[in-house]
Design a protein around this ligand. Structure first.
Ligand SMILES: C[S@@+](CC[C@H](N)C(=O)[O-])C[C@H]1O[C@@H](n2cnc3c(N)ncnc32)[C@H](O)[C@@H]1O
Length: 285
């Protein structure tokens, strides 16, 4: 199946650097924690796929959803994950070998990657579509690879304001550390918070039957995983890579204390406020 694809060098500048650098390393290192945390979203995407389908997982990261889709679609189907991050794709490939999966992984920029046209029946993403510098270009490109009547199914975050857990680390750290402010319209975790904007992107790139519904999911994290989660990921995780002691310890103590309301015994619990987004490819390009 690899011959379907013309490999290209990742081109999405800043995001490519981030995901091939500190963010990618952090996701590789915390992969079991993140996969457990986001498993409900994976289940949702996998439940909607069918045996025998050809599925593309956009921004597949370390591959958990792609691997689960390969199990679901079976030997008659095909599950391919694409991601711009070489370290994350390397981890995904190792996982595929370990579990003798038929899933394939491609390191490339989903915004510009050339694929065999009209190949996939289903395009899915668990939090992998908010990072394109030109989202309309990306979804036009992705529609080329979609078969006629193929389904797009993406999960993305709603706003930072609705996801207080996700931004608490940086807000708590702000009393002791200066962090760069998030740019709400720039590519990043909350870039798809505005449903109207998402609708516009998909309409502009030719998708039809667009449906965007709120999705609130109860997420849990084992308490011992909270500190690695807070100190490796997101804007605080990036900043801590360049923060020396004793400031580092001060920041970590301040931030950990702020999360106490979310800790219930041995579990950390919060609600993830997301969108589930579906659309159809009504005509081939
Ligand atoms: C938040 S992570 C989600 C990873 C994975 N879907 C998961 O749920 O574990 C976002 C992913 O999008 C990838 N990504 C960002 N920009 C991309 C692009 N232009 N093309 C392909 N992947 C991209 C990142 O490398 C990263 O793996």
């Amino acid at each position: 199946m690899q011959t379907l694809i013309t490999a290209k060098t990742p081109a999405d500048g800043a995001q490519a650097q981030l995901w091939n650098g500190p963010a990618g390393r952090a996701w590789v290192d915390t992969q079991p924690v993140l996969d457990a945390l986001f498993q409900p979203f994976e289940q949702l995407l996998v439940a909607a796929a069918h045996r025998g389908q050809r599925v593309l997982d956009i921004g597949c990261g370390t591959g958990s959803t792609t691997l689960a889709l390969a199990r679901k679609v079976g030997p008659q189907g095909h599950s391919l994950g694409i991601d711009i991050s070489e370290p994350m794709i390397a981890t995904a490939r190792q996982r595929a070998v370990l579990e003798r999966s038929a899933a394939h992984f491609l390191c490339g920029d989903a915004q510009t990657q050339t694929f065999e046209p009209a190949h996939f029946d289903r395009l899915v993403s668990r939090f992998g579509v908010m990072f394109f510098s030109d989202a309309a270009q990306a979804f036009t490109n992705l529609r080329r690879v979609a078969a006629s009547d193929a389904v797009l199914h993406c999960i993305a975050w709603r706003s930072a304001a609705e996801n207080a857990f996700m931004t608490l680390a940086e807000r708590a750290a702000a009393s002791v550390l200066t962090l760069p402010a998030r740019q709400p319209d720039a590519p990043g975790q909350f870039a798809w918070a505005d449903a109207q904007k998402v609708h516009g992107i998909l309409t502009e790139s030719g998708w039809a039957g667009i449906d965007i519904q709120p999705l609130d999911v109860a997420c849990t994290l084992p308490e011992p995983a909270l500190l690695p989660y807070l100190t490796r990921l997101g804007p605080l995780g990036l900043a801590l890579q360049h923060t020396a002691e004793p400031m580092r310890e001060q920041v970590i103590n301040t931030v950990r204390a702020a999360f106490e309301p979310y800790v219930q015994g041995e579990q950390v619990r919060f609600t993830a406020a997301c969108w589930t987004i579906t659309a159809r490819n009504s005509r081939c390009i």
